[in-house]
Design a protein around this ligand. Sequence first.
Ligand SMILES: Nc1ncnc2c1ncn2[C@@H]1O[C@H](COP(=O)(O)OP(=O)(O)O)[C@@H](O)[C@H]1O
Ligand SMILES: [Mg+2]
Length: 377
Amino acid sequence: MTPAQPQPLTVAVLFGGRSGEHEVSLMSARSVLAVLDRARFTVIEVGITHQGAWLGGENVLAAFESDRLDGLFPVTLHPDPSKPGLYAIRAGGATETLEKLADVDVYFPVLHGTYGEDGTLQGLFEMADVAYVGANVVGSSVGMDKGIFKDVMRAHNLPTVESILVLRSEIQRDLENVVQRAETVGAYPLFVKPANLGSSVGVTKCRGRSDLAEGLMEASQYDRRVLIERGVHHPREIEISVLGNDDPAASVPGEIVPGADFYSYDAKYILDNSKLIIPAALDAAQAAKIKEIAIRAFKAVDCCGMARVDFLLDPKTGEIFLNEINTIPGFTKISMYPKLWEASGLPYASLVNRLIELALERKAERDATVRQYRRNA
Ligand SMILES: Nc1ncnc2c1ncn2[C@@H]1O[C@H](COP(=O)(O)OP(=O)(O)O)[C@@H](O)[C@H]1O
Ligand SMILES: [Mg+2]
């Protein structure tokens, strides 16, 4: 008798989303869907529109890529754990009914930025008590918020550049005062950024007062909290991939050479002239230090699954600064996160499988957590 084949796991891949990185997410999802082994996994595609509608059906990703969504239908996930799986929402006259589509073993959010990478979606997953790939609520939200992230890093004695956080309301009320406070952070150039965003949207390199005033206005359009940072002169930008739950491992470090004055939105997505150097040319001591800091940062925000940790290296002084952590980094086959793992001996398809295993492992740990106080008799 041949042993029974294990049942394939059902994986729901979520992509698109309400953030400015919707299109990047579609590209990442294309790569993930291409390598999910159909002998091991039954795959369900769920697309989330710019407006936040969840849609299912046949070839959802292709429909999103060509912006022809008419053949799709609304789907939903119930926050009540006693109603597991994905449901289709069927409209019938004045009423809508939920029709169970499938049970899902693991949700794989391939969503970058707000409402995907920031803990909000992870909150829904936790409510529904499901397994999901990547960071939990706190890891996601602290990773997303550049201001709080830096405070946590400082509390752990991990190196970050000097910065202050100001509110939109302060900028609106007394711009002059904010400019004066900003100038105490360091000499120009200063970097101004929205606290919660990515892809360099709203980030300004300010060379003087007028840039600073403009940068503050710009960044405060995107968030009610704005970070002002000392600029590192011509920094080397080093990135490293971390993978795991309680015992995370780090890949070899890589380097980005932006094709513009800094790694701006245009340098990332329009100019197409930035270079990835893998592995980064670093001496062994620097590489080891970066690995160590990346793992400590990952643990400090209670991350799990994956994260790409980004550094700024001052080429003059050799100082290393943690810049940010991305809990759902760009995930196309040619993105830095998977490329660094490939260079470290873990091919793309194995990386995707490993992330699913880590999601199931973390869910098992959550299931083993006591939820009700057991009072000793
Ligand atoms: N303090 C800084 N000094 C020098 N360059 C910086 C600094 N902060 C940001 N940058 C540049 O701006 C880019 C985008 O900033 P970052 O904080 O990584 O925001 P995002 O989350 O949008 O990627 C960085 O990749 C780097 O090129
Ligand atoms: Mg960045």
